[in-house]
Design a protein around this ligand. Sequence first.
Ligand SMILES: Nc1ncnc2c1ncn2[C@@H]1O[C@H](COP(=O)(O)OP(=O)(O)OP(=O)(O)O)[C@@H](O)[C@H]1O
Length: 538
Amino acid sequence: MEPMEAAVGGKAVDAYRKALATAASAAAYAVMARSMARELLPEELRAAARWAASALGARVGWGQRDRRTLVVRSQPSSTGAGADDNLLFEAARTYLASRLDPRAMRRLGVTLARARDDAGRASWRRLLFLEPGGSTFDDFEGVRFTWTCVEPTSSGGASGGGSKKKAKKGGEPSAGGDRDFVLELSFDAQHTDVAMDRYVPFVMHAAEEVEQRERALKICMNEGRMWYRMSLHHPATFETLAMDPALKRSIVADLDLFKSRRDHYRRVGKAWKRGYLLYGPPGTGKSSLVAAMANHLRYNLFDLDLSHVQFNTSLQWLLVGISDKSILVIEDIDCCCDAVSRKDDKAPPVRTCGRKEDDGGDDDIDDGPAPESGAPPPRTAPPPNKSNSNQVTLSGLLNFIDGLWSTIGEERIIVFTTNYKDRLDPALLRPGRMDMHIYMGFCGREAFKTLAHNYFLIDDHPLFPEIQELLSEVEVTPAEVSEMLLRSNNADVALRGLVELLEDKKEKKKQAVPTEEKQSEEEEAGKEEAASREQPSK
Ligand SMILES: Nc1ncnc2c1ncn2[C@@H]1O[C@H](COP(=O)(O)OP(=O)(O)OP(=O)(O)O)[C@@H](O)[C@H]1O
């Protein structure tokens, strides 16, 4: 290389280095400024800045090629054919309400609605929502999505929603008050597929879960062909349920697996349903377990009293009227069905065995499919039927469980309870009908500890060893133990009462043994005597 060329080349390299250094420090400043902004500026200020930048960008045309915005109106459009709610708008609002953090946002809409907690106590439900101009972001699969609430304009502009009063399902006022705001979802254009194919479905699904978690549960009871709906405020949960901890864990795991397996059931071509048979002595917690299941899954309960169902057709109407995400319970199935033998259509009709108790509530009525007449049928016996062929039979019930029941609706659980499993027709017990058989037994050591914790918030007490020793010797139901623990607010007094009950049972057990032995001795003696009496006549 010539000296002149070398000098020129050297200058060029120097200039290049300087440019590089300048660029590097500019980048460093940018990074520093961004991280300082992240640390020093509150999120809502940054979100507002982003929103302002994007609004300005949209005005002057910056980055228009790189950003996309989905406008989510509360209704499809003011000129649209249908006036149905836009499900994405409702879902987005519900989803955002569950994510908005009042500590991180300077301005936020809030409404309080009357509600009841699971124990039935009056309370308030808080709903947060973005106010016009408010913005928040959500990171999903590494992509940043920005939600912005836009004020409706009279010209229809971004909104076009007008000012119709919106009410959420169930009469709850819309979180945004009377005005129909518009939500805008913006993201980088390159992520349009992620937004449309995955993020939007994700928001829909997440909102559904939030709604399900927060909805008030119902218990529905049948009368004729209709379901009467009442609020369910059973406080039983898996935490309060006294039973073997391993069994409890396995039930919770089974329920969670069932709930998460929508795609699995579709793939294998099976109806998305699961059957549980709960059996065990009275007072061991079968009904409490059903309530705990409903509270855990947030499913409504449909308590089917077969003694009020006269015909297979009525049963059909009732089963078709059960909503998705529900638990159908038939209590004391051994009593309701003469289930000792199926014998197909010759099987005995369902026997009336009287309802255990009537809740007597009258919150509201769920018509389900329309009955033949508009009015609820009276709770009287049907006109005498010449033939039993149309009456509810066990095989009729089984047909609905495997037939219509399986195909209409999704995400359903059916629970049978019985005190006498051995009296049931094997047809009821075969896998596919009752997938899990759960024995609810007498109160064991761990179950007792749960009850003591429930009633007195104690995990230990000087009387525990004595009680646990006695529990291993006698049979006592959790209901009996609960009854004793309820008797006093003072743990010492209540536990002493329980010790007395258990000792009493132990004593009776001791006395019962000789009596039984004596009885069998007497029987033996009786037989011998009879035999000796017969001999002379031979
Ligand atoms: N395993 C349990 N855990 C907690 N509480 C229980 C349990 N078993 C019974 N109890 C208490 O006893 C009461 C009655 O229990 P529950 O009705 O659930 O028993 P059940 O087995 O369904 O009885 P039945 O067979 O007579 O219908 C409950 O309200 C609850 O207070």
